[in-house]
Design a protein around this ligand. Structure first.
Ligand SMILES: CC(C)(COP(=O)(O)OP(=O)(O)OC[C@H]1O[C@@H](n2cnc3c(N)ncnc32)[C@H](O)[C@@H]1OP(=O)(O)O)[C@@H](O)C(=O)NCCC(=O)NCCS
Length: 177
């Protein structure tokens, strides 16, 4: 077994998570998660200033096509989803947030991306998933590469963070036919 396969096997044993429909009680935690600059720094501009509880509730509980709470050991730890679906073209845009930085680096991000991609292609009927990351977000880059996303291009100086302009890298994953 290679190191990578061993790591994935160990993670599958160690860090089981569940994707489920969001619940009202998730809102307060997600609101707390998004008050942490370590969590929000590489998210959209609108997350760089405090968002109201109402705003977060509207987002988490919106009756959208595919949004899932990430649960670990019975606790809500983050949110993922497929946004702006175009079911004629079979496309949607992926996002994920693991809200507790002490849980980063344990394989949740990669596991969530793999799980959502599998559901999108095998169950939801998508043939293309788009995604993106701001260039300093190394964890996001690594995960997308591992799952097979290809770079579509780059929006130069898309955001201003920590006193400097950063690029947004655009990504696509096609269903294997
Ligand atoms: C991005 C995010 C989802 C990653 O989740 P995660 O659970 O930490 O991801 P994983 O543990 O599956 O994988 C991250 C990998 O990147 C690596 N990594 C992270 N930061 C790194 C760095 N600065 N340099 C090198 N490797 C790094 C980790 O070591 C890990 O690799 P490993 O499996 O070889 O140990 C999580 O950090 C998060 O929710 N951040 C806040 C919101 C966000 O940025 N969302 C994404 C917007 S595009």
């Amino acid at each position: 077994m290679t190191d990578g396969r061993r790591r994935q096997f160990q993670r599958a044993e160690r860090e089981p998570f569940v994707l489920r429909v969001p619940r009202t009680e998730d809102v307060i935690l997600y609101h707390q998660f998004l008050q942490n600059p370590a969590v929000t720094i590489w998210l959209e501009d609108e997350c760089q200033t405090p968002l109201s509880y109402q705003h977060i509730e509207n987002f988490v509980m919106a009756p959208v096509w595919y949004r899932r709470a990430i649960e670990y050991k019975g606790e809500f730890i983050g949110l993922t989803g497929l946004e702006e679906p175009d079911l004629t073209l079979g496309t949607a845009r992926f996002f994920f947030v693991i809200g507790d930085p002490t849980l980063w680096g344990k394989g949740f991000g990669e596991g969530v991306l793999r799980a959502v991609v599998a559901e999108a292609f095998n169950t939801l009927g998508l043939c293309k998933i788009t995604s993106s990351y701001l260039s300093p977000n190394i964890a996001s880059r690594i995960i997308h590469e591992r799952v097979g996303f290809q770079e579509d291009g780059c929006l130069h100086q898309k955001a201003f963070r920590n006193g400097a302009w950063v690029d947004q890298v655009l990504l696509t994953l096609f269903r294997q036919t």
